[in-house]
Design a binder for this molecule. Sequence first.
Ligand code: C2O
Length: 590
Amino acid sequence: MARCWLLLLTCVVASVASSGHAAVVEHTFSVGNFSIRQLCKPPMVITAVNNQLPGPTIYVHEGDTVVVHVDNNSPYNVTVHWHGIFQRGTQWADGPEMVTQCPIRPGRRYTYRFSTAGQEGTLWWHAHSSLLRATVHGAVVIVPSSGDRPFPFPSPDKEEILLLGEWWNDDVVRLERDAFLTGVPVRPADAYTINGKPGDVFKCSGSNRESEMYKLKVQANSTYLLRIINAAVNTPFFFKVAAHTFTVVAADASYTTPYKTDVIVVSPGQTVDALMVAAATPSRRYYVTVSPYQTSFPPQPFRDTVATAVVEYADGGGSAGNTSPAPPRRRPVRAPTPKVHDVGTAHRFLSNLTALLRPGQPTVPLAVDTRMFVAFGLGLADCRPGQTKCRRSHAPALAGSMNNASFELPAAVPLLTAHSENISGVYTRDFPDAPPVPFDFARPPGRLAFTSKSTKVRTLRYNATVEVVLQNTALVARESHPIHLHGFNFFVLAQGFGNFEEGEGAKQYNLVNPQERNTVAVPAGGWAVIRFVANNPGMWIMHCHFDAHLPIGLAMGLRFRTDQLQIVPCHHHQGTCLTADSLIEIFSFF
Ligand code: C2O
């Protein structure tokens, strides 16, 4: 371990600014206790970065190098993931616990260092250990590198980051521990939030409800670039602003053909950049609403409330020279929110986005080298020895699976360490390219509902073009899962409902300008086809971005042959993690 820290230090000290005028942007993140008041409750202690919710924004120019020193001053193990950053050659900085690194133990520091070359737009960072992501998250904004290459859309007058989240009046690490012990998922959140604030719709008295509401101050007729991030743990959202419309210009930090809409749909992990012109009557105020999009069937419990923020126009109270006292504040104008089960609205938005074609930018490769069919969803598994309450109830635990394998993080050696140091017994290389038997995936009851735990990875050839049919199942319930791939963007060729049919499905492929994303919300009881070039050596995971589903196994690993691993050897001598197993340690903390 000492060797590990020494090496780490050497790496940091030896770091130099990357080529040209690119800057090095350095931050220190202190993860620690933060006391906050929400929903008229007494102050509560949460885990957050630098006493902020959301945490600090990383704002850089394309090509800059980011260095973040994470000091873990919290009582929990933690890691930080830079969601959507490719981490070419810096995989040790990707962040998922037990995939690319050991957890950062309380009292310890880990330094992440990576480049933003070739990426522009809105991404984000979040804890990638336990449910800490609920409060340990923030924005990553990468703007074009210089004025001679501006945005590929009319320059906005101002930008506004809107992080959408979920809030529990509870210790989220304790909630996750209970979920593990019982084998039953974490209960729904107590509120949704916009930049950490729930808004004024909660019926709690005796407090200033306006202060619990985020304010977006605008100038009449100015154009705003809204950078919308779904940092929620388990809930896809509809986003609306009364009396205003949007032009979507990017999703997951990939530019899109300008798309006009009055509602934005964003699933956990995803981001949307949209232009909004402040063209409404300036004397009124307008609600921003964030409401849940719920797809599970049979219906699962969820929080049926709305988070609100408010758009206020400068000088909205009256024109200059008007000396009469300000009238009592009227309630903001509110637009109806889509119905919670409004699949039509969600599917229209999610499937209509296309990539903005730009000279010199790669587009979808036409020849495919490797095809996979991944049937995934929620099923059941035997309770494991540590799941004491689950064992007592004699009911099986809920388990996520891909091709009937329920992914378990290694207990002692991170996947990447095992991969680069040839340590055997940590994972197996037999992740199958298809489910063990075909069945009617889209309709319950599905076959293969029962699964078991394993750590299977699929080896990919460097530079292969990989096409994956992501087929959502309905084993015990069906639901739209946001599937996220680390280390890559992928093209979404098509998406649809029911079972994917080879011939019919392929007819729907967009091979001209398919949208590029890092997270796709696969329709409930449906499918999506993605394609990507496997040109980023390392060990990556693909998983459901509902935080409730990752620890129960809705994931798989992707690996490159060792001889093709060209990773800067910084940070990598971690060997066995000091805490034999991160999860167990968190769970036995209480
Ligand atoms: Cu944003 Cu592995 O996730």
